[in-house]
Design a protein around this ligand. Structure first.
Ligand SMILES: NC(=O)c1ccc[n+]([C@@H]2O[C@H](COP(=O)([O-])OP(=O)(O)OC[C@H]3O[C@@H](n4cnc5c(N)ncnc54)[C@H](O)[C@@H]3O)[C@@H](O)[C@H]2O)c1
Length: 367
């Protein structure tokens, strides 16, 4: 029998297991049956493209384990991470007579994970959820940490819940079919961990940005390291009343850009890339980092590839979306700014003129 190469990313007392291994998808049926038994009916929420590429492997694995699964597709794109899709999924679950004792598997990227997760948290007051993330963003970030939710036209993730999955199963082999743009989006989130916590990740990405490729084993180490950083942070502050805020590095401005774009043409990772550039510029302007560090930071971000230009976005719309973001404290907008490589600080009450300055510096509204 082949040796089981699956590794455990969670700690013993963590509320749910997070397992990672190349080939884990083919074994996911057995893992699900261990967790849930074989009496639960399973709704696999996914997207057509993912189903076409990887669905049969999951189906076969579930069948082999004696599990009864129904595959349900939702539409692709950030602009479908909304309440219409949620309603549509509720209707489909109800039509198939899914009940509270059944389970949902979110099989996709962050859009599927967040939306199906929110459905799991709310359908019939909550059904159990397992995340099988299929993008780099989802494997290192969105599937971990129990935040689920959808966007409103006025802002990102404005409707949501904290809802723990029963397990997260990460198979890096699935990333081999990711389009380059989507893989790169994940690299921005990977770099985020370098900025906020891990000099090792930052240095690696700074010195050789092309290091990580879907089939390279070095990627496994980076995924494991990032996932462990996220779990470590969430373990201490699941509900984001303190430490967890550092995970929002690059996200306040990033979310503003995504909202102002109507959740089209800019991927979440690209928006975070721009957001991290903005954070470095703000930090430098406030004297938190030296010019040399700012340049290093921006070079590490640009090293991942060219970010889409922001000239077509309306500057006022971006600023309004940033102001409406959830990351607001009693003193106004809260920002996470770098104070060195691998270290960030929470800054409260950033004045409007600084936000306007940095948004302009990104080329927003400059046609
Ligand atoms: N909940 C959280 O804590 C958290 C954290 C970070 C990001 N997010 C959310 O995650 C979302 C972004 O997720 P994303 O970047 O994964 O985007 P995504 O889910 O839209 O996936 C990107 C595209 O890749 C396709 N795809 C997925 N897996 C594939 C595969 N293996 N092969 C080929 N194509 C594949 C999808 O169909 C989609 O078209 C955003 O909505 C963001 O807000 C949430």
């Amino acid at each position: 029998m082949a040796k089981d190469k699956t590794i455990r990313l969670h700690r013993k007392r963590d509320p749910y297991p997070v397992l990672m291994g190349r080939g884990l998808l083919a074994d996911s049926g057995r893992r699900l049956a261990e967790l849930w038994g074989t009496r639960k009916r399973i709704a696999v929420v996914t997207q057509r493209r993912i189903d076409r590429l990887h669905g049969d492997q999951l189906r076969l694995s579930l069948e082999k384990a004696g599990l009864n699964a129904t595959f349900i597709s939702m539409r692709e794109g950030e602009h479908h991470k909304n309440l219409d899709t949620v309603r549509n999924l509720y209707e489909k679950l109800s039509r198939h007579r899914f009940g509270r004792e059944d389970g949902i598997v979110a099989f996709g990227g962050g859009v599927v994970g967040d939306t199906a997760g929110f459905v799991a948290a709310t359908y019939q007051r909550g059904v159990e959820l397992i995340q099988i993330p299929t993008t780099l963003v989802a494997q290192i970030d969105s599937a971990l940490g129990a935040k689920v939710g959808v966007n409103l036209p006025s802002g990102k993730n404005l409707v949501g819940a904290f809802y723990r999955p029963a397990a997260v199963l990460i198979d890096p082999n699935i990333l081999a079919t990711l389009p380059t743009r989507e893989f790169r989006s994940g690299l921005y989130e990977l770099l985020k961990y370098g900025f906020i916590y891990s000099k090792e990740i930052f240095r690696k990405m700074e010195s050789s940005p092309g290091t990580f490729r879907p089939l390279d084993l070095s990627l496994d180490r980076a995924i494991a390291l990032s996932a462990r950083v996220k779990l470590h942070v969430v373990r201490q502050d699941e509900r984001e009343s303190g430490l967890r805020r550092i995970l929002n590095f690059g996200h306040t401005i990033g979310h503003g850009l995504e909202t102002a774009s109507g959740y089209r043409w800019l991927t979440h990772g690209q928006a975070v890339g721009w957001g991290m550039i903005a954070a470095s510029r703000l930090a430098h302007r406030r004297g938190l980092i030296r010019e040399h560090t700012r340049q290093r930071m921006e070079a590490a971000i640009s090293g991942l590839g060219r970010l889409p230009k922001l000239g077509c976005l309306n500057r006022q719309k971006v600023i309004e979306a940033i102001r409406r973001d959830k990351k607001t404290g009693p003193q106004g907008l809260r920002f996470i700014l770098p104070v060195g490589v691998g270290k960030v600080e929470v800054v409260e009450g950033l004045p409007s003129d600084e936000i306007a300055w940095v948004v302009k510096s990104l080329g927003v509204g400059r046609r």
